[in-house]
Design a protein around this ligand. Sequence first.
Ligand code: ADP
Length: 519
Amino acid sequence: MLKDAQEILKHYYGHEAFRDGQETIMQHLFSGASAIGIMPTGGGKSICYQIPSQLLNGVTLVISPLISLMKDQVDELKEAGIPATFLNSSLSQEEGAERFRAVRRGEYSLVYIAPERLESPSFMNMLRNLHVSLVAVDEAHCLSQWGHDFRPSYMRIPEFLAQIHPAPPVLALTATATPEVAADIRRLLDIPQERTVLTGFTRENLSFHVHKGIDRDKFIRDYVKENAKQSGIIYAATRKEVERLGAKLKKAGIAAGTYHGGMSSDERKEMQDAFVYDELTVMVATNAFGMGINKSNVRFVIHAQMPRNIESYYQEAGRAGRDGSPSECILLFHPQDTRIQQFLIDQSDLAEDRKKNEYDKLQDIVNFCHTEGCLERYILDYFGDPESDTCGKCSSCIDERSVVDITKEAQMVLSCIKRMDERFGKTIVAQVLVGSSNQKMKDFSFQRLSTYGLMKGAGQKEVMQLIDYLVASRYIALSGGQYPVLKLTEHALPVLKNEEKVMRKQTVQPKKITEDDPL
Ligand code: ADP
């Protein structure tokens, strides 16, 4: 069947050869086995079910949460000559019923359905007389409570699958699954571990950059002006911020559009088209923008604020450079971003364990902002991709500041946390270290600690940045929560015992810190 698949690839899609992973996935499906494909955005996931849908005898159902995209996807397929259709809430009852009948008559081999459909008894009824040859679950990470985009409607999928006889193979697809999330998907959809097809997550043409403590507006304006002919997306955290930034850029003479969920669907469509057809060079948007936008020549994605986790970040940043040309992904970080995200998690109505999960994910992206290691490696490690080289082009890899030994300063911080019984957060620990005289110091009698004032002369901000670095370097862990508490990890002990050195690209002036032995 693979030979036929190759024919279809050439004939319908005009591509010469399969990409990494596509062939293996199809082999599993052709042998009747379920599989999970974890491939980066733009990796070519759709073909993995679209081609089998033309070769297997029966209907391929694709469960996808992207209702707004279904029509476009289906139109594209039809144009290529593939009989596809969709069933979702955008259809009237009559239209839906007519489509049902057409599917039953065998007019379509590929049917996209929204997960909400699975709740409809009439839909389930229709299925009873249908030969389903394959079920593809797109954006499969939505199944897992530990993923970044859990959708309750996806919980129905396992139950739904159990009702289809004979049981068809299932293909789960996602671009953003950590090893834990992938395991969860396999468990829920009954996919054996060995049917995991993980292609490299590396996007060779992307370079990652984090900038901290800079004037963000100025950076964005200068960057966009310097790259005047290039297409780019600027993600901002809120609608208000999108409007503000968009107005600023327009005032500076830049062809910038804005896009967020508060705009009417007509306005959004207009903006999106203008961007896709290069009438606008820059799109300032909330994360509502991007899903399924097939603009290949996006040369940069700037995050004006830190997003809430690595999954969202990689997905959004990954909208740059789909054509394979070098593109930049820039994250502008300010400590305030962390507090806003903590607040949003705290205010959400998630259950406690899921809140904790969100706090942990948030900490992972905060660490990404503070690490001095390769940023690309950091992301790949996060997704469990074994690729081990550093990228050589991210802002960490090209940082030429000299590496200095900061073991002594690290020991001061670590021992202070220990003396404070690992019960306090970053700000208070830093205040103790610089010898602040505020009321809290008195209330808790911190002045009596041997580590009080150990870093007298250093600024509180500087010490807090050092703590961020030690957290990102995994010497300190933060308990999840809106007010995280610093705790030592197992890596801290060898440092305290002088068995291991801590190195850092230097920004802190060591001479400002007193030379007293902390231990
Ligand atoms: P994903 O769903 O993984 O983000 P898509 O399925 O939308 O990616 O594919 C991204 C692009 O790659 C599409 O334009 C598609 O036509 C193209 N593509 C997919 N497979 C191949 C292939 N084997 N050879 C060349 N191009 C491919």
